[in-house]
Design a protein around this ligand. Structure first.
Ligand SMILES: Cc1cc2nc3c(=O)[nH]c(=O)nc-3n(C[C@H](O)[C@H](O)[C@H](O)COP(=O)(O)OP(=O)(O)OC[C@H]3O[C@@H](n4cnc5c(N)ncnc54)[C@H](O)[C@@H]3O)c2cc1C
Length: 430
C-alpha cells in the first residue's frame, strides 16, 4: 500500500522553505496538497463588518491561485475545498487511504480549537497529525528558553537571542510526489464571500500580487534592484509611496515568503553590498514578529481580553458613533483621518500610521482597543493574528510596553512625520 500524506496548507502558501511540504515529500509515496476555505473567519463581526474584508480575501485568493499554478507546473495540484477543516480532512483521509496529516503550527485560540477537534478525529481513525513551525525566523528548538520563561520585554528577549543567533537555512523546493486521482475543486471568488469588488487605485503602496513568485520578485526588487535596504532605518517611519519600508508583510502574513528567506537575502546583501544599521534593523523587526508569536503562545487566549496579558483594568467607552467616525476617517483630526482613509481604500497603513490611529482610538477617544483590532483584522492585507492583537495591546497599554504611560500626541506626530502635510493632502483631497 503506498504511503499517502495530506499536507494542509494554511498561512504557508509556498513551496520554498516549507518544512511541512518538504518532509511530506521525503516521507510519502503520494502527497495530497490541500487548502480549505473555512467560512468562520469570513463571517460578520458583531460590530457589523466582515471579519475578513475584501483586500485580504482578494490577496488570499491570488496566493491560493498562484500556489495551485505552481503545484500544477510541477506535476501535482492544489485540492481546494470550502467548509470546516475538522470535517473535510478526515473525510478526504478516509477516501484516499491517507496515513498522516502534516500542517503548520498554529498559536491563536480559534485555530488551536480547530486543531484539537481535528486531532481528536484523526486519533480515533488512528492517523498521525504532525505540525511544523513554518512561520517564525527562529526554530522553536533553537530558542535559549522555554516559552513559559519568555521575557516580558522585547529588549531582554532580543539580547538573549542575539547572544547566539541561530537561523536555520531555508529548505529548497521539494520534488513533488504524485497526487491520487481526485476532484481538484474550485477556488472561490470575492462574490462567493459576498464581498464587494475592489476599486483599483494607483494610490496603493502594495505593488505586488499574492503568491510566492510575486513575493520573491518583490524581495529582489526592494533589496537588489531598488537598493532600498541600505537606507531602511532612515526611511522606515515614512508614510507616502511604496519605498519607505519593505512591504514584506502581506507576503509574510500568508507565508508566500518565509522570514528565513528574507534573513539570508539580507545576509547576502551585507556580504555583497553593505552591512549597516539599516540591514541590522530589518532583522530586528523580524525579531519583533517572532517575539509576538511567542508572547501569544505564552499567554494563550488572554491576549484577546480587555485587560490584555497584564490583566489591566482600564475603563473603556463603547461609543459606536465615535468608532464609526474613526473607521470612516471622519474624526476631524486630519492625520488620523488620512491614515484611516488609506486603510479603507487600500487595505494597508504604515507602521507610524498604525501606532497613531491606535493610540488615538484608545487614549484620546477612550474606546475598547479590541474594536480597533477587529477593524484592522478585517481590513489589513497583511493581517497577522499575533502581530495585530499584540501591537494593539501594546499601544493600548495592556501589552508588553515597558512604558506604562506611552501617549502619541497626534499633532506633534503629524508635524514630525508629515511636516509639509503632503500625506494628509494626498488622502484628504480625493
Ligand atoms: C496597531 C498595530 C497593528 C499592527 N498589525 C499588524 C498585522 O496585522 N500584521 C503585521 O504583519 N504587522 C502588523 N503591525 C506591525 C507593523 O505595522 C507592520 O508589520 C508593518 O507596518 C508592515 O510593513 P512593512 O512590511 O513595510 O514593514 P517593515 O518596516 O519593512 O518591517 C519588515 C517586517 O518586520 C515585521 N515587523 C515590523 N514591525 C513590526 C511590529 N511592530 N510587530 C511585528 N512585526 C513587525 C513585519 O513582518 C514586516 O513585514 C501592526 C502594528 C500596529 C502598531
Amino acid at each position: 500500500m503506498p504511503r499517502t500524506i495530506l499536507v494542509w496548507f494554511k498561512n504557508d502558501l509556498r513551496l520554498r522553505d516549507n518544512e511541512t511540504l518538504y518532509r511530506a515529500c521525503l516521507q510519502a509515496d503520494r502527497v495530497i496538497p490541500l487548502y480549505v476555505f473555512d467560512p468562520r473567519p469570513f463571517a460578520m463581526h458583531p460590530l457589523g463588518f466582515a471579519r475578513t474584508g475584501n483586500f485580504r480575501t482578494q490577496y488570499l485568493i491570488e496566493a491560493v491561485t498562484a500556489l495551485r499554478q505552481k503545484l500544477e507546473a510541477k506535476g501535482s495540484n492544489l485540492v481546494v475545498r470550502i467548509g470546516l477543516p475538522e470535517f473535510i480532512i478526515p473525510e478526504i483521509c478516509a477516501n484516499n487511504v491517507v496515513s498522516e496529516v502534516f500542517t503548520s503550527h498554529e498559536i491563536a485560540a480559534e485555530e488551536r480549537l480547530v486543531f484539537k477537534n481535528l486531532s481528536d478525529k484523526l486519533q480515533e481513525m488512528r492517523l498521525g497529525f504532525t505540525t511544523f513551525a513554518t512561520a517564525p525566523l527562529l526554530h522553536p528548538a533553537d530558542l535559549p528558553f522555554k516559552v513559559s520563561e519568555l521575557p516580558n520585554q522585547f529588549t531582554s528577549f532580543r539580547k538573549a537571542i542575539e547572544r547566539n543567533l541561530v537561523v536555520r537555512m531555508p529548505l529548497p523546493e521539494p520534488a513533488l510526489k504524485p497526487l491520487p486521482e481526485m476532484e481538484p475543486g474550485t477556488i472561490p471568488t470575492l462574490r462567493d464571500f459576498e464581498l464587494p469588488t475592489i476599486k483599483p487605485t494607483s494610490k496603493s503602496v502594495i505593488t505586488y500580487a499574492g503568491g510566492e513568485a510575486a513575493a520573491l520578485a518583490h524581495v529582489q526588487d526592494y533589496i537588489w534592484t531598488k537598493d532600498l535596504l541600505k537606507t531602511y532605518k532612515e526611511t522606515r517611519n515614512g508614510l507616502l509611496g511604496p519605498d519607505y519600508s519593505s512591504k514584506f508583510s502581506p507576503a509574510l502574513s500568508l507565508g508566500c515568503l518565509s522570514a528565513r528567506t528574507i534573513y539570508y537575502e539580507v545576509k547576502k546583501y551585507e556580504q555583497q553590498r553593505v552591512a549597516n544599521d539599516s540591514t541590522y534593523w530589518l532583522i530586528f523587526e523580524l525579531l519583533w514578529r517572532d517575539y509576538f508569536r511567542l508572547v501569544a503562545e505564552k499567554y494563550g487566549s488572554k491576549m484577546f481580553r480587555a485587560g490584555g496579558i497584564r490583566d489591566k483594568q482600564i475603563k473603556r467607552q463603547r461609543d459606536v458613533k465615535k468608532f464609526e467616525a474613526w473607521r470612516a476617517g471622519t474624526t476631524g483630526v486630519d492625520f488620523v483621518d488620512a491614515n484611516m482613509k488609506e486603510l479603507l481604500r487600500t487595505g494597508f497603513m504604515s507602521n507610524r500610521g498604525r501606532q497613531n490611529v491606535a493610540s488615538y482610538l484608545t487614549k484620546d477617544l477612550g474606546i475598547d482597543w479590541r474594536w480597533g483590532a477587529a477593524w484592522f483584522e478585517s481590513q489589513l492585507v497583511d493581517y497577522d493574528v499575533c502581530s495585530n492583537w499584540l501591537n494593539w495591546a501594546y499601544v493600548a497599554g495592556v501589552g508588553n510596553d515597558p512604558r506604562q504611560d506611552r501617549y502619541f500626541d497626534i499633532e506633534s506626530q503629524a508635524s514630525k512625520y508629515d511636516p509639509f502635510g503632503h500625506y494628509v493632502k494626498f488622502w484628504l483631497t480625493e
